[in-house]
Design a protein around this ligand. Structure first.
Ligand code: SF4
Length: 377
């Protein structure tokens, strides 16, 4: 059953999802089902403006799968007689959609609705994305798969900069509104030119969340560019939680070509040194190496997964999706076979080092939870 759900997730991630008009008109009416929010990217190859579209599906075994719209996909969503399903004409699988959070629409102390500050992802994660801009876009040095800039300009009403106090207030409201729903709080954001200031700011938000004294069932995570002053990892270690840093691509040529801002201003060698320093300070299994599957050869991402595993940094793999507004909107998605191979390597590395996934059970575009569970045939 798990392997069937994981196989379906790979099908959907390798093709994207398609919509028929009947599905869309029904989804407009279903205000109890969560609407896609675009805090950090468009997510879809083609964006249907001014329409409510689903953000993710919950497959059998509570496997979470992103629903990235792709008009060429053979997989369609439907509301069938027995409830929502996904079908390609030959197969049909029942699914569920996450519900609209009760906290959406709540006014915060500054008068702003909560959903402009926090986004609920993967059903169980409260995400705070700040700053909502990345300076690599200023001179077109952004990662070529990234659609943050256009998404924020055209598709999003999220706040650009969120204070630690407001982030904490949001998390408090969200948890109180939907008791028992959330398992993770995730802080993420674009980059500012001064990496040390940027990292320190993210740690202050992370620390403000820690001071809420959340139940132990709710984990805290930060995704950030590493600082240049590695001593700053000590402040994160003191705050607790897990830290992910996204190298994105392991092969040097691919990294430099597809992530020009990161390559120019930070560099691959410094990145690898930052992982070493972070693991030494924060601990093995608590630092995650963010990688994108589908933009470099299988041999390169396989080497990356094994390399970081030996180092004590957990490989966290997101599946590439061509986003409207990104420079790679016409790049093909990785095949299901490619993703199977990546997942099998991850499973072996997770088992060997007793790693746990990043945001367990909530990564809609990632393979981490599925690898941990051994879901790759
Ligand atoms: S670092 Fe790259 S992926 Fe992250 S926000 Fe900036 S451009 Fe986008």
């Amino acid at each position: 059953m798990l392997r069937d759900a994981v196989a379906l997730k790979l099908e959907i991630l390798s093709q994207g999802i398609n919509f028929r008009p009947e599905f869309l008109s029904e989804y407009q009416r279903r205000s109890e089902l969560i609407e896609k929010r675009r805090a950090y990217g468009s997510g879809d190859k083609e964006v249907l403006r001014d329409q409510r579209v689903p953000q993710e599906a919950i497959l059998d075994g509570d496997i979470i799968c992103a629903l990235n719209h792709s008009p060429g996909s053979t997989w369609f969503l439907e509301f069938g007689a027995d409830g929502p399903c996904v079908t390609n004409g030959e197969q049909q699988h029942g699914i569920r959609f996450p519900s609209t959070p009760r906290s959406y629409g709540v006014s915060l102390s500054n008068g702003v609705p909560l959903e402009k500050v926090a986004t609920i992802y993967g059903n169980t994660t409260i995400g705070i994305f700040t700053p909502g801009h990345c300076f690599y876009f200023n001179d077109e040095q952004q990662c070529k798969f990234c659609s943050l800039g256009p998404a924020r300009d055209l598709l999003s009403d999220h706040d650009m900069a969120i204070s630690p106090q407001l982030a904490a207030e949001c998390v408090t409201h969200a948890i109180a509104s939907d008791p028992g729903r959330y398992r993770h709080v995730l802080i993420n954001g674009g980059n500012i030119r001064d990496y040390d200031r940027g990292f320190a700011r993210q740690v202050r938000i992370h620390t403000a969340i820690r001071e809420l004294d959340l139940p132990p069932s709710i984990e805290r995570h930060l995704i950030s560019m590493p600082p240049k002053d590695f001593r700053l990892f000590e402040s994160f270690a003191a705050a607790g939680g897990t830290l992910a840093m996204s190298l994105e691509l392991f092969d040097r040529e691919h990294f430099e070509r597809l992530c020009p801002g990161k390559a120019r201003d930070y560099g691959r060698d410094r990145f690898l040194a930052a992982f070493e320093a972070a693991v030494a300070t924060i601990g093995r299994g608590k630092v995650y190496a963010g990688l994108v599957a589908g933009l470099e050869p299988l041999s390169a991402i396989t080497e990356a997964i094994e390399f970081f595993g030996e180092m004590g940094a957990v490989p966290a793999v997101a599946v590439f999706h061509p986003d409207y507004g990104s420079l790679l909107v016409d790049h093909p998605r990785p095949t299901r076979e490619f993703l199977q191979a990546v997942g099998r390597t991850m499973s072996a590395v997770y088992a060997k080092h007793s790693f746990r996934p990043f945001i367990t059970g909530s990564g809609r575009n990632s393979l981490d939870t599925e690898a941990y569970l051994g879901g790759f045939a």
